[in-house]
Write a protein that binds this ligand. Sequence first.
Ligand SMILES: CC(C)(COP(=O)(O)OP(=O)(O)OC[C@H]1O[C@@H](n2cnc3c(N)ncnc32)[C@H](O)[C@@H]1OP(=O)(O)O)[C@@H](O)C(=O)NCCC(=O)NCCS
Length: 333
Amino acid sequence: MTAPASVVTLAGIGSYVPETVLTNAELAARVETSDEWITSRTGIRERRIASPDQAASDLGAEAARRALADAGVQAAEVDLIITATLSPDTVFPSTACLIQHQIGASRAWCFDIQAACSGFLYALDVAHQHLLTGRARTALVIGTEKLSAVTDWEDRTTCVLFGDAAGAAVLRAGGPGRGLMTTILGSDGSLGDLLMIPGGGSRRPTSAETLRNREHYIRMKGREVFKHAVTNMTQAAKEAIAASGLHHDDIAWVVPHQANARIIQAIAQRLELPQEKVFMNVQRYGNTSAASVGLALDELARSGRLRAGDNVVLVAFGGGFTWGASVLEWSRP
Ligand SMILES: CC(C)(COP(=O)(O)OP(=O)(O)OC[C@H]1O[C@@H](n2cnc3c(N)ncnc32)[C@H](O)[C@@H]1OP(=O)(O)O)[C@@H](O)C(=O)NCCC(=O)NCCS
């Protein structure tokens, strides 16, 4: 235990996507769909698919190494690793423990968070609180997904949406500017069955029947999810901006969970922000669940369009339902 911190900053960011690209045209050869349908309904043009020997921890470890290098921090300095994933290597041990071993962060204590596509923001907030209280000085937050392993490749209503990726951030106590300011989180468990993997848990243990029913894959009522995603992400972002003492004009960038271009456009409109301030890369990666916010923030940072002092809103929505929004001041050039 060290002294409490008044400021926590994002000291480094990194991401990793597998090399293999799966295009809409290739998907149209597998299920009854078309590039035109997928592009017009979702904005997605292609997604990345991990190789058979890559699991979520492998993607996450590579993103973590890149975030540590970006921060100039050694793995041995990390006190805490929190991994958000809905496609863990195994039910247990946690993917965070597996990543710890891969990157050699032997001092860290490690656990996973399950908040589906909102997982990165949930993990960010838990790490933030540990750093504020002085329980940790350096934390690694990782969102990693091998969604291709839990996607039903015979279901055209879902298989066109998802991809594999990882995003990671290094959080440190102290630093210039305000750093992480406010995070608003919310959940509504009454709507859990609209987006879920029904089989393979203690409710429906894996059996010949659950496998036959394809219950070990993601199921979603897309139209319902769409409405809730727009409403809750907009509300959470507004609350987080106000709680940070800011106005929408003060926001340089919104980095939303990348599920669907139409959801992202609707959020920009409702937040009264021009589309140019809302980062989008869903066209290249699809929905990568817990990985998407870290991946998007890393791409934005590497594009050179983020400036020190920029106020950035991260916002996400996912199964559970869960949602959240964080406001931070970007502190690096
Ligand atoms: C999934 C989503 C793209 C579907 O778009 P939609 O406009 O709501 O489409 P619907 O599900 O109502 O389906 C419309 C029609 O297209 C068909 N369709 C569905 N997927 C299709 C596909 N890949 N290719 C062609 N047709 C398809 C449906 O069968 C339906 O046909 P019908 O009218 O004959 O029954 C959209 O609902 C969505 O993005 N939802 C949110 C998903 C999301 O973000 N989830 C994660 C949140 S973390």
